[in-house]
Write a protein that binds this ligand. Structure first.
Ligand code: KIV
Ligand code: ZN
Length: 514
């Protein structure tokens, strides 16, 4: 069995998913979970792209000590320097440099000849190696590049000091046989490839990202790149949990293993889904809600007689437990703290106090507080920035009935401490509420997306809302939960506006990323 390194890019390529926009605390929480999951390397962001990304990469590099942290850079000195400044505190600083090698990218995007591309790549790899012990070089759009050109440039960048070579299928165009053959070709035609780690990076435009990644592994790749839940640019990246479980379940045909703790899959997937607002579909492989549900009578009967008749993956293997009952009204602070720690959260005393209060409030309305409820509350509190200088909801009231005009009254405290109140109407209860909130906040915003979900089942389930708003041309996400759907909706709206306030001043400057 040979070991396959897992390179997670949820915080970089995954964060490039349309509509995803994580703040620093959310990125840190995901990074901690990726460390617990056991990924070999995590790509924390693109430090030169914005001040926010720089600070998030730096915070992750300074915090995560059991996993190698990397950052993305274009082949320009200022990107490499910014990445070094962000990553130098990491336990094992590593850099991910990329430059396109396909004719279409070189001609139309880079406007460089192949010779100029080689020269730039070599110059920047050797510059980066003076700072970083690990330098990964990616031939962007490798799957649409000329293979003999690839062999030539790879040999040169290895001579210049690259320690990992990545061959991305940037536009999700390749097929398993073709991608596997590319890896074989590179292994056989690059004279100095021995001792260099070969990496695959697949996008899912044709739904083949996982299959392509495994084909690369079968043909010499020793590193697989991907994201949790397969999120990412356009149709996303290879879903790491699917790659890992496929290698495990079919170890009879795949003689490879990873260091991932498969029973952390569920928590990792849930956390990423919650924080990005990109929930996985019920029938998603490995981790979808229906992955272990057997609907037909024949299947249920078979599973009851012998689980393996219809179940190739056990729920326990990927960390799916039945929604365990947490505690109720009478649970004390001590038991609560133990539970919080057992669930993998490290809260400050102040946040623990806030979480306990939120839990107690919930027990007033909900008899049975489940792990899912608690996970929602804890994630919200752990990733919330301090509430100074932000909008605060004091009270709201919505009048709704099929025979009258929906009307909402809201009172808020504004970031400068004033109490404001007004009422507005709408076509429905949520619209009335949102029109009122919109009238009260001074930001000029537009609602782009609105989602409401229940956390677990039952009539008394907690409601969780995700919104996306556009403020002054910037897209910001917001999340909020409450027992009531309208309160959860109001919380999500204000959370988005508050995040905008926190984020102000940070602006993406880099372009051309994939
Ligand atoms: O898909 C891609 O080519 C990328 C590169 C930046 C590696 O994400
Ligand atoms: Zn990519």
């Amino acid at each position: 069995m040979s070991r396959i390194n897992i390179f997670d890019t949820t915080l970089r390529d995954g964060e490039q998913s349309p509509g995803v926009n994580l703040n620093q605390l959310e990125k840190l929480e995901i990074a901690r979970q990726l460390e617990r999951f056991g990924v070999t390397r995590m790509e924390a962001g693109f430090p030169a792209s914005s001040k926010g990304d720089f600070l998030a990469v730096k915070a992750i590099a300074d915090t995560i000590k059991d996993t190698s942290v990397t950052g993305l850079a274009r082949t320009v000195k200022s990107d490499v320097d910014a990445a070094w400044d962000a990553l130098k505190g990491a336990a094992e600083p590593s850099l991910h440099l990329f430059l396109a090698t396909s004719p279409i990218h070189m001609t139309h995007k880079l406007k460089k000849t192949p010779e100029q591309v080689i020269e730039t790549a070599v110059e920047m790899v050797s510059y980066a190696r003076r700072k970083f012990p690990i330098v990964q070089w990616s031939a962007e759009d490798a799957s649409r590049s000329d293979w003999s050109f690839l062999a030539q440039i790879i040999e040169k960048v290895i001579d210049a000091g690259a320690t990992v070579i990545n061959l991305p299928d940037t536009v999700g165009y390749t097929t398993p046989a073709e991608y596997g053959a590319l890896f074989r070709y590179v292994k056989e035609n690059v004279p100095n490839i021995d001792g260099i780690s070969l990496s695959c990076h697949c996008h899912n435009d044709l739904g083949m990202a996982v299959a392509n990644s495994i084909a690369a592994v079968e043909n010499g790749a020793t590193q697989v790149e991907g994201t949790i839940n397969g999120i990412g640019e356009r149709a996303g990246n290879a879903a790491l949990e699917e790659v890992a479980v496929a290698l495990k379940i079919r170890s009879d045909v795949y003689p490879y293993y990873t260091d991932l703790k498969l029973n952390e899959i569920k928590r990792t997937s849930d956390l990423v889904a919650k924080l990005t607002g990109m929930y996985v579909q019920a029938n998603k492989a490995v981790i979808g809600r229906n992955a272990f549900a057997h609907e037909s009578g024949i299947h249920q009967d078979g599973v009851l007689k012998h689980a393996e008749t219809y179940e190739i993956i056990t729920p326990e293997m990927v960390g799916v437990q039945s929604n365990t009952l947490f505690m109720g009204k009478h649970s004390g602070r001590h038991a609560f703290k133990d539970k919080v720690e057992a669930m993998g959260y490290q809260l400050t005393d102040e946040k623990l106090k806030a979480a306990f209060e939120a839990f107690k409030k919930l027990t007033d309305y909900k008899k049975e507080v489940t792990d899912d409820d608690l996970f929602t509350i804890l994630t919200e509190i752990q990733t919330e920035h301090a509430s100074i200088g932000k909008y605060k909801l004091n009270m709201f009231q919505v009048q709704y009935g099929s025979a009258n005009i929906p009307t909402a009254t809201v009172s808020l405290t504004t970031p400068d401490g004033r109490e404001v109140e007004t009422a507005c109407t709408g076509q429905g209860s949520v619209e009335a509420l949102y029109n009122t909130l919109d009238a009260l906040v001074s930001e000029n915003l537009k609602l782009v997306d609105y989602q409401i979900n229940s956390v677990g089942g039952g009539k008394d389930a907690l409601a969780e809302s995700h919104v996306q708003i556009e403020v002054d041309g910037e897209t910001v996400n917001g999340r909020g939960s409450a027992q009531d759907v309208l309160e959860a909706s109001a919380n999500a709206f204000l959370n988005a506006v508050n995040r905008y306030i926190v984020q102000q001043g940070t602006q993406r400057t880099a372009d051309g990323m994939k």
